[in-house]
Design a protein. Structure first.
Length: 189
């Protein structure tokens, strides 16, 4: 345990009135506290970060490079979680990661319960330049009995995920699995 890096995710459930409680978390030498306050209030995160030793990670607050730049300029965080699906894809994710690196801010990428296509995309993104912390990608079996791609995402015994290799994202879409899970709509007139 002493060498295991831990973090907590508050999902915006605290306010500045909880300062004393949040300061108590400093004793645990956490890697970060993710999104302690409302995602809509970057300024209050800047006030909180000044009172904490533990780095604040902004997640839901970051929808674009402009959001990241504002947060960094205000000192609202020391870590940013870049979710490619929320920020607009690969190019915006890379711009944000590069901006973070230039400004001494750690960047990492978390998942949002994607299918294997999105997971493969995230794994490649998480290994790109500018991402300084390990990514947050779960094994396929956590969410799906059978994914729509092969191979599935699997953790090895040391907790590592193999980066998919091959054409495109390195995974093969299984059309029959996509069809099996598709909704077919018919319009009745």
């Amino acid at each position: 345990f002493p060498d295991l890096r831990l973090m907590v995710d508050a999902n915006g459930d605290y306010t500045l009135e909880d300062l004393k409680h949040l300061q108590e978390l400093d004793a645990f030498n956490l890697m970060m506290i993710e999104q302690p306050l409302s995602y809509q209030d970057i300024y209050q995160h800047s006030l909180l970060q000044k009172e904490l030793q533990t780095p604040i990670c902004l997640d839901e607050s970051i929808h674009s490079l402009e959001d990241a730049a504002t947060a960094i300029a205000l000192g609202a965080c020391r870590v940013i979680n870049i979710k490619q699906g929320r920020v607009g894809g690969l190019l915006e994710s890379m711009r944000i990661a590069s901006y973070c690196a230039r400004h001494g801010i750690d960047a990492w990428s978390g998942g949002m319960d994607e299918t294997g296509i999105g997971r493969a995309f995230n794994i490649h993104l998480q290994t790109a330049e500018g991402f300084s912390l390990p990514g947050d990608t779960s094994e396929t079996k956590i969410y799906f009995d059978e994914d729509i791609v092969e191979p599935p995402v699997v953790l090895d015994r040391d907790g590592y995920i193999e980066i998919p290799a091959g054409p495109g994202l390195g995974v093969k879409v299984m059309p029959e699995r996509v069809l099996k899970r598709s909704l077919h709509l018919e319009r009745l007139v």
